[in-house]
Design a protein around this ligand. Structure first.
Ligand SMILES: Nc1nc2c(ncn2[C@@H]2O[C@H](COP(=O)(O)OP(=O)(O)OP(=O)(O)O)[C@@H](O)[C@H]2O)c(=O)[nH]1
Length: 302
């Protein structure tokens, strides 16, 4: 059996339908997966199997906020995430066409490695007539050398199978990146920890490397419908603690706010999030905890 596996970066303007498409592609199994292959540049949004191919979808947050200096770094990281992927899928809205935002993305795509396959998926085809759609497809393909064009409706499920099958066939040959039994939804506590870890990584960019972990220590459902979540952030050195806290606790405060907001959106209710930073010098050696976190340890990298 020849297996294939690889990363697919799904990019597009806000509201293009990325989440809807992801849900379609990976079915009920949209999961936030923590793994050694997790990069700081892209986050893993879900894993799908198609025949003998494993499709790992990544998301590149930050393509659209290049205002402040930090944000520019995030945008650069986001493009790095797309460049790391085996295939990039640009999702656009049929009813909006080649907007300024799409144009900006195309300019970004021109900057990444020419060998990378970029597919175009025109979404929301239920909103336009065929001639408009064909015109847009032509215009887009004249503007950029897409490897393939798909016309889909993520919401209604049209064209999704064709896209998934094409992706499966285009991924490089190689072993699966995730054991099959890991492609299930992660427990909520782990997802919550991963959200905080992601916010930390985004906020700290490259200042703080992989040697940091977040664990959900306590989860309390409150009578008013909200949840109280306590998490511990483990760093390996004393010096890292200061970086995570930031001056006057600014960094941890903004991380906490961002993570809380995402959790509230995810859970659909109010969340009280409490973060604490602890130094645990030898956590890398602690195989048991590692397994608990769903991580694998290999060659000194996480
Ligand atoms: N008519 C129509 N609406 C769609 C289709 N796919 C997605 N939508 C709608 O478009 C809106 C945005 O979809 P999302 O999946 O949240 O878009 P997104 O790209 O993840 O958005 P951000 O999270 O803001 O980046 C939602 O209201 C969807 O229901 C489609 O095929 N047809």
């Amino acid at each position: 059996m020849t297996t294939r596996a690889g990363f697919i970066a799904l990019i597009g303007e806000p509201n293009a339908g990325k989440s809807t498409l992801l849900n379609r592609m990976v079915g009920a199994k949209v999961s936030i997966v923590t793994h050694k292959v997790q990069t700081t540049r892209a986050r893993i949004r879900g894993v799908a199997m198609e025949g003998d191919s494993q499709l790992v979808f990544v998301d590149t947050p930050g393509l659209f906020q290049p205002r402040r200096r930090l944000d520019r770094a995030m945008v650069a990281a986001a493009w790095g995430g797309a460049a790391d992927a085996d295939i990039v899928v640009l999702l656009i809205e049929a009813n909006r066409g080649l907007t300024e935002g799409v144009e900006r993305i195309l300019e970004g795509l021109e900057g990444i490695d020419k060998g990378r396959k970029v597919a175009l998926a025109i979404n929301k085809i239920d909103r336009v007539d065929a001639p408009v759609l064909l015109g847009l497809s032509k215009e887009m393909n004249e503007r950029f050398p897409f490897a393939e064009t798909f016309m889909i409706s993520a919401e209604r499920g049209h064209g999704i199978d064709a896209l998934r099958q094409w992706l499966a066939g285009e991924l490089p040959e190689g072993p699966w990146l995730y054991p099959e039994d890991q492609i299930a939804d992660l427990p909520m506590r782990m997802i919550a920890a991963e959200m905080t870890r992601e916010k930390l990584t985004l906020r700290l960019h490259q200042e703080l490397p992989y040697q940091m972990t977040v664990e959900t220590e306590n989860w309390e459902e409150r009578k008013d419908g909200s949840a109280r979540i306590d998490q511990l952030i483990y760093v390996v050195r004393d010096g890292h603690k200061g970086i995570v806290l930031g001056s006057k606790g600014e960094t941890i405060k903004s991380v906490s706010k961002a993570a809380r907001e995402e959790l509230e959106e995810f859970l659909g209710r109010k969340v009280h999030l409490f973060l604490q930073v602890k130094v645990r010098p030898n956590w890398l050696d602690d195989a048991e905890r590692y397994t608990e976190m769903g991580l694998e340890f290999k060659d000194g990298n996480v």
